[in-house]
Design a protein. Structure first.
Length: 172
């Protein structure tokens, strides 16, 4: 038994030596405060929401409030975007309509000018015809001798006046 005891005694002595060696290399308060103080230093103080990602909370208003960002409603943003697009489309439509109106106005003016030209040509043709008839009648009157009888002309005038009174009903 002595051999056995001597072996266990020697192991115990070695353990005692290593434990005293370990204790001598470490500071005396290493096991008391070392772990707690290290953990406390790593925890950030103050605003703990800086690391919160967008969409962390289910409520988008609360999420924006915690992240200290202005809350923008998606439906409201889409409505504003829609209104802006509609304004752009209305401006495009307005410019197209104005272009078409301008084109139709120009076409209408051109057609009116051509119509006026036709009317002026007709008026000139009628003036030429009138002057030609006046010349022809003056030539005929100058070639035919004028009768000097006045009595005959009075009866012709009354017959002629009868034709001018077109409103009068006459039974023949």
């Amino acid at each position: 038994m002595t051999t056995l005891m001597s072996y266990t005694d020697s192991l115990e002595e070695k353990k005692d030596e290593t434990s005293t060696d370990n204790q001598s290399h470490l500071p005396s308060d290493f096991f008391d405060h070392g772990i707690k103080s290290g953990m406390q230093e790593n925890i950030p103080r103050g605003d703990s929401t800086e690391g919160i990602p967008e969409g962390f909370f289910d409520d988008p208003k609360l999420d924006a409030k915690v992240r200290k960002v202005e809350y923008k409603d998606q439906a409201e943003e889409q409505w504003e975007k829609f209104q802006k697009e509609m304004q752009v489309e209305n401006q495009v439509s307005q410019s197209i309509v104005e272009g078409e109106d301008e084109e139709s106005r120009v076409n209408r003016e051109l057609s009116e000018l051509s119509e006026q030209r036709v009317y002026f040509l007709r008026a000139d043709a009628l003036r030429d015809r009138q002057s030609a008839l006046k010349e022809k009648s003056s030539k005929l009157n100058s070639l035919q001798p004028q009768p000097h009888e006045q009595t005959d002309s009075n009866s012709d005038d009354s017959d002629f006046d009868e034709f001018l009174d077109w409103r009068a009903k006459k039974v023949s």
